[in-house]
Design a protein around this ligand. Structure first.
Ligand code: AMP
Length: 393
């Protein structure tokens, strides 16, 4: 999927409508982590340094289809201004007379951030009229919001469609995502090891099926392992399972042969908050206990597999990593990814909780790529492309 990037477009004097992901965590009106804004800077600077007139749009949080002060993007405009050392204009509505006036008065190198797109329910519905109103702001369309690239919303799809005939390209963040995820899916350097964890098999069935066709080993952790244990007729005690997915898990096990690897031991406890833990053989969990992490033997086994790999994709924690007593499995995988990277492997951490774990441990720069989209990276691994990006140049 070779795509043109914003570097291929002459933006001087042009209005550039760019979809970014400024969905930052907020504490009141304070941004507690500005990483998403910082990550967009290379594309932003490339446009304004070349004299483009940049109109940024994003969503923030999950407003219910109307304005809600707590989801205003104003703090992001202020933070972006600080990072760029220049004022960033802000519109109190993403469409309408005020926004049009501000956009039309922009000069070369100016930046405007539109208020939260999701203050209009039409954004997520990909309403064609709303999309057209956004499209009016641009002579050039840029998408650099990977985290929402799997959704056909007005700002990610309809506006780009409405701008047919004008340059429509990706930004540098999406370029990097496509390079790492795309190469891993289409031409992985082998051995290719995938590690999947998290709470539910149901979220990841399609990915498991896709990856089984491509990878050399698929290591399973997290609560989804217990649904596979049930499918093997083993005991899982009170562990989190999806009983209605047992047949699917059976099917996957049959298809996978030796490729799909399940934990050989499990850290168990009475409950989520118990500090007292013990370790049992995988699939041999007592009736009154629950599994909350992969055990020490599994950690070593998975580390050995990762150490042999030349390509690694990891999505989903190995246990309830939010609790210290159940975090060892997730930490072990993070460390194994760092070690593999230092030996030349390509390691890709697929957004969400695994990205959070890597970041918490300070390892973000010690792996090849931390994806900016959890759901998006899973969908990309499933399908190998996004319709929102297919329509771009
Ligand atoms: P997901 O969103 O599917 O990637 O799941 C992430 C969540 O799975 C995290 O909040 C973990 O605490 C949770 N999780 C991982 N392992 C277990 C487990 N053994 N039992 C319950 N929850 C788990």
């Amino acid at each position: 999927m070779a795509k043109k990037t914003v570097a291929n477009v002459d933006v001087k004097g042009k209005r550039v409508l760019m979809r970014v992901d400024f969905n930052v965590p907020l504490e009141g009106s304070k941004i507690s982590d500005d990483r998403r804004i910082v990550m967009a800077l290379p594309t932003i600077k490339s446009i304004i340094d070349r004299g483009g007139r940049l109109v940024l749009c994003s969503h923030l949080g999950r407003p219910k289809g109307g304005p809600e002060a707590k989801y205003s993007l104003k703090p992001c405009a202020e933070r972006l201004g600080e990072l760029l050392h220049k004022p960033v204009k802000f519109t109190t509505d993403c469409i309408g007379v005020e926004a049009e006036g501000i956009v039309n008065a922009m000069k070369d190198g100016d930046v405007t951030l539109l208020e939260n797109l999701r203050f209009h329910k039409e954004e997520e519905k990909n309403d064609p009229n709303f999309a057209k109103q956004l499209a009016k702001y641009g002579d050039v369309y840029v998408n650099d919001a990977f985290g929402t690239a799997h959704r056909e919303h007005a700002s990610t799809f309809g506006a780009a469609q409405a701008m047919q005939g004008k340059p429509r390209v990706i930004g540098f963040l999406i370029e990097k995502e496509l390079k790492f995820l795309g190469d891993a899916v289409s031409k992985p350097v082998r051995p290719f090891v995938a590690i999947l964890g998290g709470a539910k098999v149901s979220d990841k069935i399609q990915v498991i099926e896709q990856l089984l066709g491509k990878c050399d080993k698929l290591l399973i952790g997290g609560a989804m392992a217990y649904t596979f244990f049930l499918a093997q007729g083993k005991s899982v005690g009170k562990s989190l399972v999806e009983a209605d997915k047992v047949d699917l898990a059976k099917g996957l096990l049959a298809k996978a042969g030796g490729k799909l690897v399940l934990p050989v031991d499990t850290v168990i406890a009475d409950g989520f908050d118990s500090v007292a833990t013990s370790v049992v053989e995988g699939g041999n969990i007592p009736a009154d206990k629950s599994g909350f992490d992969i055990g020490p033997k599994t950690r070593e086994m998975y580390k050995t597999e990762v150490a042999k790999a030349k390509t690694v994709i990891w999505n989903g924690p190995m246990g309830v990593f939010e609790k210290e007593q159940f975090a060892a499995g997730t930490k072990a995988i993070a460390e194994a990814c760092v070690a593999a990277t230092s030996k030349g492997a390509v390691t890709i951490i697929g957004g969400g909780d695994s990205a959070a774990a890597i970041e918490q441990m300070g390892f973000s720069d010690k792996v090849s790529h931390v994806s900016t989209g959890g759901g998006a990276s899973l969908e990309f691994l499933e399908n190998g492309h996004f319709s929102t990006l297919d329509i771009l140049d």
